[in-house]
Design a protein around this ligand. Structure first.
Ligand code: ATP
Length: 247
């Protein structure tokens, strides 16, 4: 069953001679429970694709279906509501609030959404525990390593129990070892917890943990690879492929 489907998705920034075509008729389908990486040279449209799928920006033309619902022409209120219920976002910089503890950070979006603080913290705690942070839930971000902070951010993304996780360079601010741990965790989010994960990454070692890698160039999908046994051993082959596409 497809969770994401884009049809001829096109995004043009600006107009006239300075217009930039960031996405050019992209057709992408992602199935439920799949872990897909998006790779490609700088400026090829990876973040734009993620933003459009997440309803953070609007396409110039083409359509996007999320879990059977067409979002391209949805009004802002409905789109915001759908985003809250169905999508969790993870970013390169963890964006945690320094004065809040791990559990308070992870519970914040659902608290702001009206869930009572105690229930919200209970929901958030479950994710922290699943991610090996049960004993760090009272720690503030500056008392946690980068990898631990990103785990808190992923727990925060999952606290509202979304079906889809969209991650933009989630390991971009981490060392190699912590980055690979986060890649394995993203895989677990898909495989153990049944969420669909789409991740933008520059790093072949990170993409190597996904089920499928979609390669973008100049706003178009130019190639894709399905990994039969996703793990770090694929990194060299992925690096070679991205090199041949022109990173
Ligand atoms: N808000 C904007 N206004 C104008 N041009 C934009 C805007 N956002 C992105 N672009 C342009 O669209 C193209 C695609 O950008 P995008 O950020 O999606 O690429 P990317 O593949 O994520 O790049 P990177 O790997 O460097 O983060 C680039 O040429 C970029 O300059």
């Amino acid at each position: 069953m497809s969770i994401i489907s884009t049809q001829n998705l096109t995004k043009i920034f600006g107009s006239g001679p300075t217009a930039v075509t960031a996405l050019d008729h992209v057709n992408l389908t992602v199935n439920a429970g799949e872990f897909v990486s998006i790779m490609g040279p700088s400026g090829c449209g990876k973040s734009t694709l993620l933003h459009l799928i997440g309803g953070l920006d609007r396409p110039t033309s083409g359509s996007i279906t999320l879990d059977g619902i067409s979002i391209a022409n949805m009004n802002d209120d409905r789109l915001t509501e759908l985003r809250r219920r169905k999508i969790g976002f993870v970013f390169q910089f963890f964006n945690l609030i320094p004065v809040l503890t791990a559990v308070e950070n992870a519970a914040l979006p659902i608290t702001l959404d009206g869930v009572k603080p105690l229930s919200a913290q209970k929901q958030a705690s479950q994710w922290l525990a699943r991610f090996g942070l049960a004993d760090r839930s009272s720690s503030r971000p500056d008392q946690l390593s980068g990898g631990q902070q990103q785990r808190v951010a992923i727990a925060r993304a999952l606290a509202a129990e979304p079906t889809l996780i969209l991650a933009d360079e989630p390991t971009g601010n981490l060392d190699t070892r912590s980055g690979e741990e986060i890649a394995r965790l993203m895989r677990e989010v898909a495989k153990k917890y049944g969420r669909t994960v789409v991740m933008v990454t520059h790093d072949p070692r990170i993409a190597a943990y996904s089920d499928r890698i979609v390669f973008l160039k100049d706003g178009k999908i130019v190639d894709e690879t399905t990994l039969s046994r996703p793990n770090s051993e694929n990194a060299a082959a992925v690096a070679q492929k991205i090199h041949s596409i022109g990173d």
